[in-house]
Design a protein around this ligand. Structure first.
Ligand code: PLP
Ligand code: COI
Length: 336
């Protein structure tokens, strides 16, 4: 294992030995290969630069106490990248290719999978983008898929034990109804920066409402909203949020544990009736929220100073599967 200070890692890029690349041209995918070169030669007129043909994914690799290496829900990420590619008229990478490249990325960089107890993990960032030079407005015919591994620490500093504050944003829309919200495309993140950067400057993150009516909760920065109301796990139904693999996993675990689950629109004002609130995602895992500030109305929704009991139970259930401490009854892990 590499001799680095794993405990100090935050959610930022650490360069590893290799990345895995694969090119699509003439209607077919080439052979994936590992390379130490982290730069690419790209034509200045590539469709990714002109028309934003770019999608990405994020998944995690865990080193268990049994020293087994587990990749969490790789297939779900492969399928979501297919949907993102389809939505932006890019070549759709086969699930098998995506999975093969993720496995190559881990094998090549196995010494970068952090030790169990540090809380750090190896994050895989698959990116897909258009490389064909083009000025005519339309999709290209050449694409590149790259898997970038990087060891990472918690997305929000302090991890599960530390609460995060969100501020409601009404003057920026992350995604439009029937837009690209349910897809993991780079443009959604560029669109969110106008809200998230000012929030980060104040040690908070941005809570997005539905773009049309500004009534319902959409996304928590780069994560889904989850809440607990009278013992029920509640999360938004919306056409403009990313279907989170973590959220899907938590809903399944909640049902396993006998916790009722509701997926439905959640009005911002209903938050006053919630006992727990959180952000969930691959990077965020469960990040409990202490308060949500609505600066426009002056209302502050409070959820306490420590993670609540339901999120604590779900967090451990999820991590226990990811680290191989609990039986993987749903077959989510790929063991190397
Ligand atoms: N919502 C957004 C906007 C995200 O970027 C992410 C991160 O991937 C999520 C939700 C959580 O999705 P997942 O749990 O699949 O990582
Ligand atoms: C993830 O949770 O994997 C994400 O991609 C969200 C963010 C870090 C972009």
């Amino acid at each position: 294992m590499k001799n680095i200070n794993w405990e100090e890692l935050v959610f930022s890029y650490t360069e590893t030995d290799t990345v895995i690349r694969c090119h699509y041209a003439d209607g077919k995918w080439g052979e994936p290969y590992a390379t130490t070169d982290k730069t690419i030669q790209l034509h200045v007129a590539a469709t990714v630069l002109q028309y934003g043909q770019a999608a990405f994914e994020g998944l995690k690799v865990f080193r268990g106490e049994d020293d087994q290496i587990r990749i969490f829900r790789m297939r779900a990420n492969a399928e979501r990248m297919q949907r993102s590619a389809g939505a932006t008229y890019m070549a759709v990478p086969p699930v098998e290719l995506f999975e093969q490249m993720c496995l190559m990325a881990v094998r090549e960089n196995i010494d970068w999978v952090p030790p169990t107890i540090t809380g750090a993990t190896l994050y895989l960032r698959p990116v897909l983008f258009g490389t064909e030079p083009k000025l005519g407005v339309g999709p290209g015919h050449e694409y590149e898929l790259v898997i970038i591994p990087s060891p990472i620490g918690p997305y929000y500093r302090g991890g599960f034990g530390k609460m995060t504050t969100f501020i409601v944003t009404r003057d920026v829309d992350r995604a439009a109804p029937r837009g690209l919200g349910p897809y993991k495309v780079g443009a959604n993140y560029a669109a969110s920066f106008r809200a998230t950067e000012p929030a980060h400057a104040h040690g908070m993150d941005a809570l997005f409402l539905d773009a049309k009516t500004k009534t319902y909760i959409d996304e928590c920065g780069a994560a889904n909203f989850i809440g607990i109301k009278d013992g029920v796990f509640v999360t938004p139904r919306s056409d403009s949020i990313l279907p989170s693999v973590t959220n899907d996993s938590l809903r399944t675990l909640a049902e396993d544990l006998g916790i009722p689950v509701e997926v439905r629109p959640i009005a911002l004002t209903e938050l006053s009736e919630f006992q727990e609130a959180g952000a969930c995602g691959t990077a965020a895992v469960i990040s409990p929220i202490d308060k949500i500030i609505d600066a426009d109305t002056g209302v502050i929704y409070n959820f306490g100073y420590a993670p609540g009991p339901v999120f604590t139970e779900l967090y451990h259930a999820l991590q226990d599967i990811q680290y191989g401490r609990r039986e993987d009854v749903h077959g989510w892990n790929t063991i190397l």
